[in-house]
Write a protein that binds this ligand. Structure first.
Ligand code: FMN
Length: 196
């Protein structure tokens, strides 16, 4: 199966320099690239947008975010846990999916969405991940069977971007496989190609 026609869009991180969420997001996207798909990452400054206002399409970063969400074959959304839920930065980015409501393929429908949450401990990561998965469901996306919770109090990423914790790294790899398998199957032509 070739996946070079498949584009997975990563959205998330925080505005903090050295953001562990952005590092985890990039590590997930790296795994997806290793499996053959293309990736685009929107993080930090890319998501620094005014609060979502319906039909106010003027901001160039907003247009880029909405266009990439619309054209993605799959997504990875990564949030830090802020007070037990997803961050305002990430929720505001997801609010912009509302602009896709009238598209032929509304919101995130028919697309796999990998969900990833970082937190300073297991409890915050688990609750932020659950809230993110619920939002992706509401947006008609298909959260992958495995979401990834990263305990940033102990998990580190190396200079080349790989996760240094084998357990977390294995979860990133499984999630990357779930996304590429689903995204590859839904791309027109894939079934024919597989049969030949
Ligand atoms: C405003 C704020 C709220 C936070 N709330 C929680 C929380 O409820 N539970 C938790 O475990 N960590 C919490 N943290 C810690 C972050 O989730 C954690 O350090 C995360 O990895 C930060 O992501 P970043 O490195 O991408 O900025 C909070 C941090 C901030 C700044």
């Amino acid at each position: 199966m070739t996946l070079d026609h498949v584009t997975i869009v990563g959205i998330g991180g925080s505005t903090r320099p050295g953001s562990s969420t952005e590092q985890a997001l990039r590590a997930a996207l790296k795994e997806i690239e290793r499996l053959g798909a293309r990736t685009v990452c929107l993080s930090g400054h890319d998501l620094d947008l005014p609060h979502y206002t319906p039909d106010d399409t003027g901001h160039p970063r907003r247009r880029r975010l909405v266009d990439l969400m619309a054209s993605a074959d799959g997504l990875v959304i990564a949030t830090p846990a802020y007070h037990g839920g997803m961050s305002g930065l990430v929720k505001n980015a997801l609010d912009h999916a509302e602009d896709l409501r009238r598209r032929p393929q509304p919101y995130f429908s028919a697309r796999p969405v990998g969900c990833l949450a970082t937190a300073y401990g297991a409890q915050g990561a688990a609750s932020a991940l659950a809230s993110l998965r619920a939002t992706v469901h509401a947006l008609r996306g298909w959260p992958t069977p495995l979401g990834v919770a990263v305990d940033s109090s102990r998990v580190r990423f190396g200079p080349a971007g790989a996760c240094q914790d084998p357990h977390t790294q294995s979860h990133l790899e499984i999630m990357a496989r779930h996304i590429t398998e689903f995204a590859g199957v839904r791309v027109p032509g894939y079934r024919q190609e597989k049969a030949s």
